[in-house]
Design a protein around this ligand. Structure first.
Ligand SMILES: O=C(O)CCC(=O)C(=O)O
Ligand SMILES: [Fe+2]
Length: 352
């Protein structure tokens, strides 16, 4: 292995099989009925089949892809090009916008997932600039801190491309939230209140070619922490999703002009799914998650409408900002305990 730091090496059971598992991919859902300029506002009967499809995809997979989503392709492509230019700069240039203990936005190349180092570098941007978050994870500390974007000098267009892209992602996120609400039998705007002062962000992921793709991962297995992730990937491929039915890792093949949607919340009715990214020895890869998060003061708890005697709440209420602050803190260093995850807020099985 020679030049590869042992911090990157996965335990045997987590190493990727590089042979592709041939399997039905995650569901592909066509949103054209929402976006066709020829149609008037879609009425309930027109979108009913779409809602059923979304409900099924969430229930069976927790992941799905959308096409004809209304986001102009050039928004994504332009951001990808700008991201590649940024990551091609020298380490020294990139570290000028490096993240630190005070401001976790910007460039970072030593993230660990489950205590193993990821074979990647990232650039994080918040959408509401500045974003307010709790200064510490201590429950009684009410102090807030501002996270502020750090823009590199080069490429100069990175900022504008991120901002354009963020606008499109917000539009798509609200559409998806409405569809998801409807698929849960709730009014379309039911979830919007949670996202009034949302604290969403965009991450640019770059996975450089890796000399030991059978031993390391671009990002180790994890569940996303926000409410909803909208992920764009380039045409290299590497995303794998753990299939619920048998625990097999399934590749999400890159699909032209599609976004991958990962639904994270809803009292386990729709369970967030584990996923990871594998790397390869030849090609660098870019992926761009947009993570839709509520405001820091939001108390996240199972919706009353989704709980009853038969389906009691499976999570304790928790403060979103404190959860986020704790997670950010533990992402910084290799810790002896596992990084905080949503399931740490799960009530014990006897309530579940
Ligand atoms: O690169 C990918 O396809 C997945 C990235 C991811 O899961 C993440 O950044 O949370
Ligand atoms: Fe993820």
């Amino acid at each position: 292995m020679g030049e590869v730091d042992a911090a990157f090496i996965q335990a045997t059971e987590h190493r990727p099989k590089l042979a592709i598992v041939e399997a039905d991919g995650i569901p592909l859902i066509d949103l054209s009925v929402l976006n066709s300029p020829d149609l008037p506002e879609p009425d309930a009967a027109t979108i009913r089949p779409l809602i059923a499809e979304i409900g099924e995809a969430c229930e069976n997979w927790g992941f799905f892809q959308v096409i004809n989503h209304g986001v102009p392709l050039e928004r994504q492509k332009n951001l990808e090009v700008a991201a590649r230019k940024f990551f091609a700069l020298s380490k020294q240039e990139k570290k000028k916008v490096g993240r630190d203990e005070v401001n976790p936005l910007g460039y970072y190349d030593t993230e660990h997932t489950k205590n193993v180092r990821d074979w990647k570098e990232v650039f994080d941007v918040t959408i509401q600039n500045p974003t307010l978050v709790p200064a510490s994870h201590e429950p009684n500390d009410k102090e807030l801190r501002e996270y502020i974007n750090q823009w590199p000098e080069n490429p100069p267009e990175l900022r504008e491309e991120c901002e354009h892209y963020a606008k499109e992602m917000q539009k798509l996120a609200y559409k998806l939230l409405e569809l998801i609400s409807l698929s849960l039998g709730l009014p379309a705007n039911h979830l919007n209140g949670f996202f009034k002062d949302h604290t969403s962000f965009i991450r640019l992921n770059h996975y450089p070619p890796c000399p030991v793709p059978h031993l390391a991962l671009g990002v180790g297995r994890h569940k996303d922490g926000g409410a909803l992730t909208i992920l764009a990937q380039d045409d290299v491929g590497g995303l794998e999703v753990k299939r619920k039915t048998d625990g097999e890792w399934i590749q999400v093949k890159p699909t032209h002009d599609a976004y991958i949607i990962n639904v994270v919340w809803s009292n386990d009715r729709y369970e967030s799914v584990e996923h990871r990214a594998i790397v390869n020895s030849e090609k660098g890869r870019i992926s761009i998650p947009f993570v839709f998060n509520p405001a820091h003061y939001t108390i996240v708890e199972p919706l009353e409408e989704l709980t009853d005697d038969q389906n009691p709440a499976k999570y304790k209420p928790y403060n979103w900002g404190k959860f986020f602050a704790t997670r950010k803190r533990s992402n910084f260093q290799k810790l002896d305990v596992e990084n905080i995850q949503i399931y740490h807020f799960r009530l014990s099985e006897k309530f579940g």
